[in-house]
Each structure stands twice: as structure tokens, then as C-alpha cells.
Design a protein around this ligand. Structure first.
Ligand code: SAH
Length: 359
């Protein structure tokens, strides 16, 4: 049987170095390939002129550089761009680019659907199909860079990445970490580790592992101040309750030179938005270098929550602010094209519906 070609998009520099050593080449070839693919956007071996003809021929025979393709593009009136990224004949995920001042933040997906079933999230309604491969995660950055480069009237680039698209990145740990290593590689996208933020619903062992493997900025989807409510909103809480999660956050911050941790808190009308809850949150975050991002709830089809009143959001914010906690209300971006937090759906072949025991 013929061997399937190796997709070079699935490896970071270290992984590629291993491959080239096996071929009897120096590991410098890995640097060259990383540059061609990720810095220059080249996927055709013929154009890789600093590699010998013989090596290019060998690569053509044994390997491929396969990236996902863009199925559709939508541009919001506020400049936010959303791409539907086809990853196989049936499934697609969504990637969102959010321009703001000199910043350009790319929101990247890590799974097809999501198994966590958070009650206020559109992605959860689709169930879970599979983890994305490294090439499918870094491919979103590759495609977005290319798209931004091609629209020459906008001179926009990616300055920050947030792993906040579809899926739970810490349930796809190895692929997410390898993709983030490529984002950080100065021969690829050259993003500092503080410019990459990984958001998690609270996979405690994954957070501990991340501190060792790839200590990027961490965001926690907290959303409630007591276990009773959080068990309902974020069912993962039954496995990793608030106290344990916060202890883990404290350790993460310590392990990363007291870096701030961002706590995301979706504002749901009359569910979790009282000033009393803000007071409890202040106590919970005591001793953790914490910032809070309040996210006004973004509705989607058949969602059963409402967005908090603006006054409730401001009161909640002011309470935290007065206690010395840096608090911002996340601006709703791209909601006219369903690109805002919690609205991403892509297309997911339903294979498993919201199974809780996948982690
Ligand atoms: N699974 C990870 C990554 C998703 S990040 C996590 O849970 O952190 C997406 C962020 O948007 C999370 O904070 C999520 O809780 C929040 N979110 C989900 N649905 C939302 C909605 N309808 N409105 C506003 N924010 C939402």
C-alpha cells in the first residue's frame, strides 16, 4: 500500500527538524520550510529556491503542504471579518478577525463543535465531532494572514491570537500547543507569548500542563460565583468546581511570573448579574492577579437567556473596579454576521451529541 504523504503543516520547527534528520539533512531545513510556509505563505515546493532540486523532489514525493480552504467570507459593518473554514468534505469551523486601532486579533477554533455543553453558547447546540489537527488550527492563521495581505487596501495584520473560537482548546491539548508554538516561532508568525490568549472553561489538569508546556496568557470562562449556578451554566464545573479551578489559576499565575489571568463573565439578565454577585466575585479573586472581562450575552437562535441591562453591567463593573480589579466590558463585535462570542457554529456533522465523558 502506498504511504499517505506527510502533511508538513502538521509540525512545528521541532517536529520538522526530526523529519529532516531522518532524511539525513540538517535541522536548518526545518527553519527554511517553516519560513516558506508560514512567513511567505508558499506551499509549492518548486518555489522554495534555497532547497536543492533533489530535496525538493523528495519532498514532493513523500510530503504535502495541505491547508484548509475558505468556504465563505462575511464582513461586518464594524470591520470584523468571519471566515467559514472547510476542514474536510463535511465539517467546517469559523475564524474571526477583529480589527481595533493598531491591533488585529484573530479568534481561532480548536475543535469541530464542542463537547462541554455550556448552556448559553451556540457552539454547544451542535454537539462535538472531532479535534482539529495542527494543520487545521495553524491553517486558520495561515489563511487569515493571506487574506489580510491580499486585501491591500486595509494594511491589516494579526497582532494577537485568542484561542476563543469553537471548541475547548485544552481538550485538544497537544495540537493546540504545537499550533501555538508555531504562532510564537519568530520564523513563522512571531507572536510573543503574551499576545496569545488561551481561553478555557476550566480543565484543571490542562491548565497545570499548559504552565509547563506553553505558558501563554490564560483566560477562564467563569460566569458564576457559586457552584450551584456554575454547575448549571458550565456543566464541566461538576468535575472541576470553582475553588479547585481558582487554586489552579493561582498556581498558573505564580508559574508565569505573576501574570494576570483574565476571568470572562458572560452577563445574563437576572441570572448572574447582581451587584451582590460582584461582591462575591471580588472575594473569590482575592490573591489572584486578575482582570475581569464582562461579556454582554450574545443571543442566537433558540437561546434561552437575555442580555443584562446596560445599567446592571455598569453597576457590576463599577463594583469590581472600586475594589481595584481591572474590569472591562467586552465590546460586542461582528454581531450582524454572527461572529460575536458564543455565536460561532460552522458546520458540524453530528457524530456525538454533547457527551460529557470525553475528557
Ligand atoms: N471553550 C473555551 C473557548 C471558547 S471562548 C472557553 O469556554 O473558554 C468563547 C467565550 O465566549 C467563552 O468565555 C464563552 O463562555 C463565551 N460565550 C459563549 N457563549 C456566549 C454568548 N452567547 N454570549 C457571550 N459570550 C459567550
Amino acid at each position: 500500500m502506498e504511504k499517505a504523504p506527510i502533511n508538513l503543516m502538521n509540525y512545528d520547527a521541532q517536529g520538522l527538524a526530526g523529519y529532516f534528520r531522518e532524511l539525513g539533512e540538517t535541522s536548518f531545513r526545518a527553519t527554511q520550510i517553516v519560513k516558506w510556509i508560514h512567513q511567505h505563505g508558499i506551499t509549492n515546493f518548486g518555489e522554495m529556491t534555497n532547497l536543492s532540486k533533489k530535496l525538493r523532489e523528495q519532498l514532493r514525493q513523500e510530503t504535502e503542504i495541505r491547508v484548509p480552504s475558505i468556504g465563505a467570507e462575511q464582513i461586518s459593518e464594524d470591520g470584523t471579518r468571519k471566515w467559514l473554514v472547510n476542514i474536510d468534505p463535511i465539517n467546517s469551523v469559523e475564524t474571526v478577525y477583529i480589527p481595533e486601532g493598531s491591533r488585529g486579533t484573530l479568534c481561532v477554533s480548536s475543535q469541530v463543535g464542542c463537547p462541554l455543553n455550556c448552556q448559553f453558547c451556540a457552539t454547544a447546540t451542535q454537539g462535538f465531532n472531532r479535534n482539529l489537527s495542527v494543520s487545521e488550527i495553524i491553517g486558520q492563521v495561515w489563511l487569515a494572514s493571506k487574506k489580510l495581505y491580499e486585501s491591500s487596501n486595509t494594511k491589516r495584520s494579526i497582532t494577537n491570537v485568542v484561542m476563543m473560537g469553537m471548541g475547548e482548546p485544552l481538550l485538544n491539548f497537544n495540537n493546540t500547543v504545537m499550533a501555538m508554538k508555531l504562532m510564537m516561532d519568530n520564523n513563522a508568525y512571531n507572536l510573543g507569548k503574551k499576545r496569545i490568549t488561551l481561553s478555557t472553561a476550566g480543565i484543571v489538569p490542562g491548565i497545570d500542563k499548559l504552565a509547563e508546556a506553553c505558558p501563554v496568557s490564560l483566560a477562564i470562562s467563569l460566569h458564576a460565583t457559586n457552584n450551584y449556578l456554575r454547575d448549571k451554566l458550565v456543566p464541566l464545573n461538576k468535575k472541576y468546581p470553582i475553588e479547585r479551578l481558582l487554586e489552579t489559576c493561582k498556581n498558573y499565575s505564580r508559574a508565569t511570573n505573576d501574570n494576570y489571568i483574565t476571568f470572562e463573565y458572560v452577563m445574563l439578565k437576572d441570572v448572574n448579574d447582581s451587584v451582590k454577585e460582584a461582591s462575591v466575585l471580588i472575594k473569590l479573586l482575592d490573591g489572584i492577579p486578575a482582570k475581569v472581562n464582562l461579556i454582554p450575552f450574545n443571543p442566537y437562535k433558540n437561546s434561552s437567556f437575555e442580555r443584562s441591562e446596560e445599567r446592571a453591567i455598569n453597576d457590576f463593573r463599577d463594583k469590581l473596579y472600586k475594589a481595584g480589579i481591572i474590569t472591562i466590558t467586552r465590546k460586542t463585535r461582528g454581531s450582524d454576521i454572527d461572529a460575536a462570542c458564543g455565536q460561532l457554529v460552522g458546520q458540524v456533522e453530528k457524530r456525538r451529541k454533547n457527551i460529557q465523558n470525553t475528557h
